[in-house]
Design a protein around this ligand. Structure first.
Ligand code: 5GP
Ligand code: MG
Length: 199
């Protein structure tokens, strides 16, 4: 049943295999978290979130583009009074900006004033993105603010930020799949994989 939405990936590969299916378009990669494991962890997180919010209406804000798949799967397990919005965050390097400076694009952000906000991102690496977005949201007069990430890279954090919800701790490697990209590819993979030749 679960596998029926991704016809191009046979179930035995997609849901439990440690080996990424060989596709002509894919670089060499190794599955780190199989799809079945992600799906069951997402259900656990949803139960925890539903229990924490209960009767409080919540607005889930996904950080584009990486949180897309995580958010889409998570919200379908949430029996809550719920709104969904998005925010853009991109780090850019240029002559006039310091490396990694973050540009926040709030155009898709719904009204958050006085609302209970859950900010969702794909991965916590240095922590700069989430930290900057938390600061941004706090200037907007939210009633409460929590954060959730699917992945948290070990040994990389530069700023102190403790997500309220974390899916998996992972080793320091460049990962793709389940929303995470390499040059905007591989976001659609239902598992998380380590890209062997990422630069
Ligand atoms: P941070 O600001 O915490 O250093 O980085 C967070 C952002 O960097 C994530 O939202 C994601 O876009 C990107 N990122 C960090 N590590 C990885 C990774 O291993 N794979 C991919 N695809 N993106 C990553
Ligand atoms: Mg991101």
């Amino acid at each position: 049943m679960l596998g029926s939405f991704c016809l191009s990936f046979p179930d035995k590969f997609v849901f439990n295999s440690p080996i990424a299916p060989k596709q002509r378009w894919a670089r060499s990669m190794k599955v780190l978290i199989p799809a079945a494991k992600i799906q069951s962890r997402v259900v656990e997180l949803a139960l925890q979130i539903a229990n924490d919010y209960q009767d409080r209406p919540v607005t889930i804000i996904g950080v584009l583009t990486g949180s897309l798949i995580f958010l889409a799967d998570l919200v379908r397990h949430l029996n809550l009074h719920l709104r969904i919005g998005f925010i853009q965050a991109s780090s850019y390097r240029g002559a006039t900006t310091s490396p990694g400076e973050l540009k926040v694009g709030p155009e898709l952000l719904p009204d958050v004033r006085g609302r209970h906000i859950l900010l969702l991102d794909d991965i916590l690496d240095t922590g700069q993105t989430l930290n900057r977005l938390v600061q941004h949201m706090q200037t907007l007069g939210v009633a409460s603010l929590r954060t959730g990430v699917l992945l948290r890279k070990q040994g990389r954090q530069q700023v102190h930020i403790e997500p309220d919800y974390t899916g998996f701790d992972i080793p320091d490697a460049f990962v793709v799949g389940y929303g995470l990209d390499y040059n905007d590819e591989y976001r659609h993979l239902p598992y998380v994989a380590i890209l062997n030749d990422a630069q």
